[in-house]
Ligand binder design. Structure first.
Ligand SMILES: Nc1nc2c(c(=O)[nH]1)N=C([C@H](O)[C@@H](O)CO)CN2
Length: 118
């Protein structure tokens, strides 16, 4: 199986468990690895046979921008659900970083893998 990836997808959302976080937007950065058999797309040279990283990026950005979860775990799970449900992707690895969350850290976040990598 091959991979299509999206790295450093930046946006912001209302996210956090503390009261002060509910009234601000905070930066989030998403990396996605998407399982894909790239041979069909390579053979036809047609976007319809490819895992479209542009379409997936737009869908993820729209969802994250409108979200208001407390935990990054919840947001990561919902984004994974969205990609697996709406695109021809059977497995993904998602890294969701909240770089401003801990002042002393370069970044904090979660990494999840969902689906079956066949
Ligand atoms: N595992 C997690 N730990 C924490 C989260 C989280 O979403 N997942 N969130 C917070 C606060 O919202 C924090 O980001 C504020 O700086 C704390 N721990």
């Amino acid at each position: 199986m091959d991979t299509v990836y999206i790295e450093g997808l930046e946006t912001d959302a209302v996210i956090g468990v503390y009261a002060w976080e509910r009234g601000i937007r905070q930066k989030l950065v998403i990396d996605l690895e998407l399982a894909s058999d790239n041979r069909a797309a390579a053979a036809t040279d047609a976007i319809g046979d490819a895992v479209d990283y542009d379409a997936i990026s737009k869908a993820v950005l729209a969802y994250v921008r409108a979200s208001e979860f407390q935990l990054i775990e919840t947001l990561a799970e919902r984004v994974a659900d969205l990609v697996l449900a709406d695109f021809d992707v059977s497995w993904l690895r998602l890294r969701l970083a909240k770089p401003g969350a801990v002042a002393e850290a370069a970044s904090v976040g979660v990494i999840i893998e969902r689906g079956e990598r066949s």
